[in-house]
Ligand binder design. Structure first.
Ligand code: GAL
Length: 443
């Protein structure tokens, strides 16, 4: 009898506990990523490429002013992202604080200041115990950190992958996604695990973009391995051309809300690392920027905006090029041909338009004369074809605003008099440079 009532009691307890649990929201319940924050690739500026951890409130405010005054905010660059090095210590309850020596007014005040200027604040953390520059990582503090960021008014989180031994990548990024969902403020979630665990295969529901490569530097051609005087191998960046090759085969995984991220922009930047100086020419910067737009990449500037040259500014504010990147169809461009140091790329755009560019990776001028019909594209991914024999496009030269627009179909002469025939493109592409066009489908 006693035995029976004990069993009954135990069953009752279990039932009550089960019901209580079912009613209480579980802190680690799966929550969807924030929708609508990256329908087109994110645009902004980040402190890392130029300043690394040498950041402070004064620099960030000067950058914010430059972003407004140079017309960058109007051009779409709205995120101002603090990368590694903003961190102070965790308090006795485990909450992270900003470094008040670098940011004396605090992060909340900085967010308010940026929001008042039409900008948004991005911040950086890491799925491991430490960030790559050895500040406190978020492992074990994911929910606390997400709540803290939301309370500061943060709009963007880049989440890195250093010091993550034995951490499961999908689990770690999903945990932070859930934490951001729970914190209740829409925050763009930028996954930065360098493509090591193929995030394109599992992260479409987890984050809004994922890095596909290691760290970029201002180098167009691949950098040779070299050693310092102590025989230690020097750090070397991934070059623009290497990154393009890695990012190009992943186009099927990108789309609105989930982008391949071939890393931040190096236009107008120069750095010295391990005693080696890196810089690109204006031509290389133009080619780099064009390719990022053709690949629907996030456009996160990485240069010192307080010292920008007119040439760099003209590159990053080219409205027609930005429109290619931000096209609402959200299809990553395709490499149509890659031979003799020439890369031909197409990207389908809204309203039947296409973006087309040719990049010259060689050391000599390339003179192009071709009939558009030689470049017929049939893209399975988007289900689109150029159909040059039947669709007439007006060809707009994106890097030469003064050029006259020409049609792809013209009335023939001689025997073909009066008939529509395919027109020719005639262009010169400088070494390490690009020509780019918008083909506007005439209705
Ligand atoms: C790297 C990351 C860089 C930068 C750096 C900060 O892992 O790829 O973009 O964020 O960490 O330490």
């Amino acid at each position: 009898m006693i035995m029976k009532s004990r069993l009954l009691l135990a069953a009752l307890c279990l039932l009550i506990a089960f019901q209580a649990n079912a009613q209480r929201p579980r802190p680690n319940a799966n929550l969807p990523k924030w929708e609508g924050v990256a329908d087109t690739p994110q645009m902004g500026w980040s402190s890392w490429n130029c300043f690394m951890t040498d950041i402070n409130e004064e620099l960030i405010k000067a950058t914010a002013e430059a972003m407004v005054n140079l017309g960058l905010v109007d051009a779409g660059y709205v995120y101002l992202n603090l990368d590694d090095g903003w961190h102070g210590e965790r308090d006795e309850n485990g909450f992270i604080h900003e470094d008040l020596e670098k940011f004396p007014s605090g992060m909340k005040a900085l967010a308010d200041y940026l929001h008042g200027k039409g900008l948004k604040l991005g911040i950086y953390s890491d799925a491991g115990n430490f960030t790559c520059a050895c500040y406190s990582g978020s492992l074990g503090h994911e929910y606390q950190d997400a709540i803290t960021y939301a309370s500061w008014g943060v709009d963007y989180l880049k989440y890195d992958w250093c010091f993550t031994n034995d951490v499961n990548p999908k689990g770690a990024y999903t945990l932070m996604r859930n934490a951001l969902g729970k914190a209740g403020r829409p925050i763009l979630f930028s996954i930065c695990e360098w493509g090591s665990n193929k995030p394109w295969e599992w992260a479409a529901d987890v984050g809004h973009s994922w890095r596909t490569t290691g760290d970029i530097g201002p180098a167009f051609l691949p950098v040779e391995t070299s050693y310092d005087e102590n025989g230690r191998r020097r750090w070397k960046p991934q070059s623009v051309l290497e990154i393009i090759d890695k990012n190009e085969p992943l186009r099927q995984y990108a789309g609105p809300g989930h982008w391949n991220d071939p890393d931040m922009l190096e236009v107008g930047n120069n750095i010295t690392v391990d005693g080696v100086y890196y810089e690109m020419t204006d031509s290389e910067d133009r080619a780099h920027f064009t390719m990022w737009c053709m690949m629907a990449a996030p456009l996160i500037l990485g240069n010192d905006l307080t010292k920008i040259t007119p040439e760099s500014l003209a590159i990053i504010t080219n409205k027609d090029m930005i429109a290619v990147d931000q096209d609402p169809l959200g299809v990553q461009g395709l490499r149509f041909r890659n031979e003799d140091n020439l890369q031909y790329w197409f990207k389908p755009l809204v309203d039947g338009d296409w973006a087309f560019c040719v990049m010259n990776t060689g050391e000599e001028d390339a003179n192009l004369v071709f009939d558009w019909s030689e470049l017929e594209v049939s893209d399975e991914l988007s289900g689109r074809s150029t159909s040059f024999d039947s669709v007439n496009y007006m060809v707009k030269d994106i890097w030469n605003a003064d050029a006259k627009q020409v049609p792809t179909l013209v009335k023939g002469k001689g025997k073909q008099k009066g008939q529509l025939v395919v027109n020719k493109l005639n262009a010169t592409v400088k070494p390490h440079d690009v020509v780019a066009y918008r083909l506007i489908a005439t209705k």
